[in-house]
Design a protein around this ligand. Structure first.
Ligand code: SAH
Length: 331
């Protein structure tokens, strides 16, 4: 909005036009400036010169047998990212991408194989939201998770700009409580995020020993487990708000009883939520999913010791839309 006010000033239009424009940009399906028929012609001409109001292209949309929809989003330079719409009862969660590919190199994730191609611009992040809303039709999107392609905190400024547009009243008007940013644990950016926004944070831990985490998540060599957890402990979160930790379970690698016990002691002095994600395989992946009984036993062991632990039911596996399966190149 401040930018729109600047723009109307610069172009010599009344500043009340800025809120009219925001209404058009963020609340209605719009494909051309000429659709904005309540605006005078000279304003529409100026807009057409200075703005591109088209949404990213819906290159493909696949629906899973469980109702999950994966959108392949075509960007103006031909790059593609994926967004996923996940229905669950009254909820409709939208999983958003922040980068084309990813530079974090986690060995269990399909997106890592693409390497980092580029960061998404704020309007490309918002474009995913507008496109997904169109696909969702009358059902409102209730939750937004930055858990798609890319490491959100490695694209910090643009992520925060997009969150600003999503949460502004004149923008998409989404409550920050309905937005979650998931990160591998880039410590300095994580601290900033909690100061700069009110969104929820999720941290992908995935291992209980540095030796293993170094191996499967190279970022651990920069921010090892103790440093990451200490930073999380000190995050200035509102009372009653907890950090969620995600833990991808890899059969025979990080799913032993000892791992469960180590998780309990790592979180001994913290109020956290732990979300277990049984590994989702993809073509050429090096790991295997644990048996359902192992997942149950692992969860039970932690619940018995008082750790709030849930299991993420994988959705959209049949269309490669589940966690860690997003890789737009070949899909
Ligand atoms: N880069 C951010 C956002 C991606 S979120 C992050 O890592 O948090 C994706 C979540 O899915 C992360 O918790 C990640 O650890 C997990 N994940 C990655 N590959 C997976 C796979 N093959 N199966 C299950 N979960 C996976």
């Amino acid at each position: 909005m401040p930018e729109l006010v600047d723009w109307t000033d610069r172009r010599g239009f009344d500043s009340y036009r800025a809120s009219q424009l925001a209404g058009w940009f963020y609340n209605r399906p719009l494909t051309a400036v000429d659709d904005m028929h309540n605006l005078p012609l000279d304003l529409r001409q100026a807009l057409a010169e200075d703005f591109d109001v088209t949404l990213p292209e819906r290159a493909d949309c696949r629906e899973s047998s469980d109702g999950t929809r994966k959108l392949l989003v075509g960007l103006s330079d031909g790059a593609r990212v994926e967004s996923v719409l996940i229905p669950r009862g009254e909820r409709l969660t939208l999983c958003l991408s922040t980068q084309v590919g990813c530079g974090m190199g986690c060995t269990f994730c399909a997106t890592a194989r693409m390497g980092l191609m580029r960061n998404l611009e704020p309007d490309e992040i918002i474009g995913q939201v507008l496109l997904a809303r169109e696909v969702a039709g009358p059902q409102p999107v209730t939750n937004y998770v930055f858990m798609g392609m890319g490491e959100p905190l490695a694209n910090y400024e643009r992520l925060v700009a997009a969150i600003g547009l999503m949460t502004a009243r004149w923008g998409l008007g989404v409550s920050p409580r309905r937005i979650t940013v998931s990160t591998v644990g880039l410590v300095p950016a994580l601290k900033r995020l909690v100061t700069d926004t009110n969104v929820n944070v999720a941290v992908s831990l995935n291992a209980t020993r540095d030796e293993l985490r170094d191996d499967i998540m190279p970022v651990n060599r920069r921010y090892p487990i103790a440093e990451l957890l200490e930073a999380c402990r000190q995050l200035d979160l509102p009372r009653r708000k907890r950090v969620t930790f995600e833990y991808v379970m890899l059969a025979g690698v990080n799913d032993s009883d000892e791992d469960a016990d180590r998780l309990v002691s790592l979180f001994a002095s913290m109020a956290v939520k732990l979300n277990l994600i049984p590994f989702n395989p993809f073509e050429g992946s090096l790991f295997e999913a644990p048996a359902p009984e192992r997942v149950d036993a692992f969860q039970r062991r932690m619940l018995d010791r008082g750790l709030h632990t849930t299991v993420r039911v994988s959705r959209g596996r049949d269309i490669a839309a589940a966690c860690g399966q997003l890789a737009a190149a070949g899909s």
